[in-house]
Design a protein around this ligand. Structure first.
Ligand SMILES: Nc1ncnc2c1ncn2[C@@H]1O[C@H](COP(=O)(O)OP(=O)(O)OP(=O)(O)O)[C@@H](O)[C@H]1O
Ligand SMILES: [Mg+2]
Length: 238
């Protein structure tokens, strides 16, 4: 088990955002977190990524209760084992694509070399021809592929992605989903992805839907559609 959430409750002031969340992620599992805007997807990812520690309940990562770890130990775990990809790419404008991929991990003290892993990453994401370009010279899909390479370069145990297709047009978004599928299968990745795009959920083997502060396991994309439309009887899940 890579991730284990037990009875997580999260609120902002008087607003409950997540209630009694239990979730387990196994190694090599691909998990989609679906839910409407404002339902708590990013909040949940931030908790799992140990970026937010203001909640009740327990979180276990790689067999360790995060409550037993201090900030330095958590930062070390994040740095070495978690790869992040965000909606807004987060690339540095004054660095080339290649520098953007290598720089963050190297400056975090990780040993990164231009080896066969790197070559495989670049070819799987098909970004070999744009490595010398700057972010301003890249399309949205290319930027997102560079940011996936940046997250993957340190060989993370889990790739955590938040709405990585939402800034892209439908065609580019479908293309990115295929690249993501390739990355997860070539590198046998564990994936945790928050999205409101059902096409992303199609490449995952576990789907959860956040609704009314609760996280529901969903059998497949069709059932997820019913959740989006509000057509499910949540009581049967209790
Ligand atoms: N720092 C904060 N302070 C107070 N409320 C917050 C804060 N961050 C988020 N919220 C609230 O928590 C709820 C969940 O937000 P969250 O960002 O997790 O939603 P989301 O599912 O990721 O939405 P989206 O699909 O739009 O990204 C929202 O109602 C939001 O307004
Ligand atoms: Mg969000």
């Amino acid at each position: 088990m890579i991730v284990e959430l037990n009875n997580i409750n999260k609120s902002y002031g008087k607003y409950n955002i997540l209630e009694n969340v239990n979730l387990k992620i196994n190694s090599k599992e691909k998990v989609a977190i679906l839910g409407k805007s404002g339902s708590g997807k990013t909040t949940l990812l931030n908790i799992i990524a140990t970026l937010d520690r203001h909640y009740s309940g327990s979180l276990k990562l790689f067999g360790k209760y995060t409550n037993d770890l201090n900030n330095d130990e958590l930062a070390k775990m994040r740095k070495g084992k978690l790869g992040f990809v965000f909606q807004d790419f987060g690339l540095l404008e004054n660095l080339t694509a290649e520098e953007n991929i290598l720089f963050p991990s190297r400056s975090a003290g990780l040993e990164i070399s231009i080896d066969s892993y790197y070559e495989k990453l670049i070819s799987t994401l098909d970004i070999g021809s744009i490595l010398k370009k700057y972010p301003l010279e890249l399309s949205g899909g290319e930027k997102q592929r560079v940011s996936i390479a940046r997250a993957m370069i340190k060989k993370p145990n889990i790739l955590i992605a938040d709405e990585i297709t939402s800034a892209l047009d439908p065609y580019t978004s479908s293309e990115l989903i295929m690249y993501l599928e390739d990355i997860t299968s070539v590198f046998k990745m564990t994936l945790l992805i928050a999205t409101h795009d059902l096409k992303v959920a199609e490449i995952c083997n576990s789907i959860y839907f956040i609704r009314n502060q609760r996280v529901f396991p969903v059998k497949d994309v069709n059932e997820a559609k019913k959740f989006f439309r509000g057509e499910v009887n949540e009581k049967k899940y209790k």
